[in-house]
Ligand binder design. Structure first.
Ligand code: AMP
Length: 249
């Protein structure tokens, strides 16, 4: 089995981001960047499948500027075999990302695509679903368990109020939820070994995809400031304030 894992470069989850003063986006100059946390879970799932002898090759793909090679190197250090950087200087919208991934699936002859359920920077939660639809593949979105069973993937999905298990014919698409696994850290020897693993570079045009998008960000604004809290002296005072000021009881 050949697995394609999509890894996105995003602002590190621990960075407190600020909105640019002109409201055109987030202030990311000099911010620490990292692999999208849900993509780390996707890489871990692929690596575990390879360790269990269920996959022969894992290809990691990132779409973005040259610096995305850092996240591809991390994926290689975690156990992916080779990387593909699809070079794009400007941000690529979810539909165009999905079209690029579809082209790669066809070019590489992939059996399973594993993606994060959502990017923590744009919170789209769209690419996996769009890819499955465009490529006509079954999808197991928000996976908290995924097992190969008789040439199919049994995927347990986190849904409102419970879980749902689906059986997917390969090739298929899985998007990862938090409980699927706990990603490992890359060891120093593996970080060194990853430097020798290949990363191919292609452009969206090489894959026949036009990255022009119909999507335009109009404005980004920070959440409304919350009023400062107050300290009350007693439960009676708390109840009184909840009744008369907050009017919630
Ligand atoms: P989204 O639909 O944007 O929330 O992203 C869901 C998943 O799609 C991410 O966790 C990645 O696995 C994949 N993805 C989205 N954008 C990119 C990108 N530029 N490069 C690689 N993978 C991406």
């Amino acid at each position: 089995m050949k697995i394609l894992v999509a890894v996105k470069r995003v602002v590190d989850a621990n960075v407190k981001v600020r909105v640019k003063s002109d409201g055109s986006g987030m202030e990311l100059a000099n911010a620490k960047m990292a692999m999208n946390p849900f993509c780390e879970i996707a890489v871990e799932q692929a690596v575990r499948m390879k360790e269990q002898g269920q996959a022969e090759e894992i290809v990691a793909v990132s779409i973005g500027p040259q610096v995305c090679q850092e996240q591809l190197r991390t994926a290689l250090a975690l156990g992916c075999d080779r990387g593909v950087l699809v070079c794009a200087e400007n941000e690529v919208a979810p539909l165009q990302v999905a079209k690029i991934l579809k082209a790669l699936v066809e070019k590489e002859g992939v059996d399973l695509v594993i993606l994060g359920k959502q990017s923590i920077d744009s919170d789209n939660n769209q690419v996996g679903q769009m890819l499955a639809a465009l490529a006509g593949m079954g999808q197991g979105a928000f996976a908290c368990k995924a097992e190969l069973a008789g040439g199919r993937m049994d995927v347990t999905r986190e849904i409102d109020g419970g879980e749902q298990t689906v059986s997917l014919k390969l090739p298929a698409v899985i998007t990862t939820d938090l409980r699927l696994n706990e990603p490992r850290y890359a060891s120093l020897p593996n970080i060194m070994k990853a430097k020798r693993k290949p990363i191919d570079q292609v452009t969206p045009a090489d894959l026949g995809v036009n990255t022009a998008s119909g999507l335009k960000t109009l404005r980004v604004s920070p959440p409304a400031e919350r009023a400062a809290g107050i300290v009350v002296e007693s439960v009676d005072e708390l109840v009184e304030k909840l009744k008369s000021e907050a009017r919630v009881i």
